[in-house]
Design a protein around this ligand. Structure first.
Ligand code: PLP
Length: 308
């Protein structure tokens, strides 16, 4: 998706003009993938823009950083303020938010420990990641021949920039073959997730998603959807899924900050269920979007109002 520029980006403690938010070409992260980041959304509500699960996203960023011995030189409260300030400066009612902490310019060599940790936060308007019509019609996916990296190669608990090279291989392979998205298996053949989304199946009203231990990211949307689903009365279980479980499911859908809740209508050219968004996916979308807009008081705690 193209980036729509706004005026300012928050960088190392201050708002700077969009085109001045630059890094040195010898920055460690550029050479070795040593960055941790988040993708967050702010939604328009009757009380102004509100950030969805800001706390959970920042918590994940600090724990991703900790896995790589990266000390983020700002407190969580400072980053909450910085996110609010950046959205206010952009004057947006809804947006995508991209905080990143990365090893900057200093020494060159694999060990990053002597390099500074730089932090930036950018915001811009962003529509639906997999296409507006995808939310209703669903997307076509392909099981990738690229495997999700093993926990002991690159821990999936960290949302780290370098970890996305595998996602890039899978995504490009899928789109070049005419599909919208890839689904990655792990080395044991179990389904993990999409290149940037968690995955769920629905069978006879029960909702199933792979356990995070099998290699998927512990998605913030994944856990919100599990809570919403249980609140709606659906049983939710985390268990192993193989590729044919996707072929034979009543419904399959992706979750993610970018993808929100996107139905999957075809897997490896097999039609899933009725071939379009199913009733459980629709019920979850309705409840999810009501919560993001601040229309459901049950989930009021999940929103951080920018102007409060
Ligand atoms: C590989 C991967 N899996 C899952 C997700 C979904 O996570 P979340 O719901 O926290 O955005 C993302 C997006 O951040 C991702 O990049």
């Amino acid at each position: 998706m193209p980036i729509t520029e706004v005026e300012k980006i928050w960088m190392n403690g201050q708002l700077v003009p969009w085109h001045e938010a630059k890094v040195h070409v010898l920055s460690h992260a550029l050479h070795y993938g040593s960055g941790v980041f988040e993708g967050i959304r702010a939604y328009e509500t009757s009380r102004g823009p509100a950030v969805w699960h800001l706390d959970a996203h920042l918590d994940r960023m600090y724990s991703s950083a900790g896995i790589y011995f990266m000390e983020i030189p700002y407190s969580k409260a400072e980053l909450v303020d910085a996110v609010k300030e950046t959205i206010r400066a952009a004057g947006l009612q809804s947006c995508y938010i991209r905080p990143i902490a990365f090893r900057g310019y200093g020494e060159m060599g694999v060990s990053p420990l002597a390099n500074p940790v730089d932090v930036s936060i950018a915001v811009w308007p962003w529509g639906t990641y997999l296409g507006e019509e995808a939310l209703e019609q669903g997307v076509r996916v392909k099981i990738s021949s690229w495997k999700r990296h093993d926990q002991n190669s690159l821990p999936s608990a960290a949302k780290a920039t370098g970890g996305y090279l595998g996602s890039i291989l899978a995504k490009v392979d899928a789109t070049k073959s005419g599909y919208d998205e890839a689904v990655l298996l792990n080395d044991d053949g179990y389904v993990t997730e999409g290149s940037g989304e968690n995955i769920f199946v629905v069978n006879g009203g029960t909702i199933v998603t792979p356990h995070t231990g099998h290699g998927c990211l512990a998605g913030v949307t994944r856990s919100s959807v599990m809570t919403i689903a249980r609140d709606l009365g659906f049983p939710v279980v985390e268990q192993n899924l193989v590729r044919t479980d996707l072929y034979t499911a009543d419904e399959v859908f992706f979750t993610g900050t970018a993808a929100e809740i996107t139905p999957i209508r075809e897997v490896d050219d097999r039609t899933v269920g009725a071939g379009h968004r199913g009733p459980v996916t629709k019920a979850l979308q309705d409840a999810f979007f009501a919560a993001t807009k601040g229309d459901d008081p049950t989930y009021a705690d999940w929103l951080t109002y920018v102007d409060d």
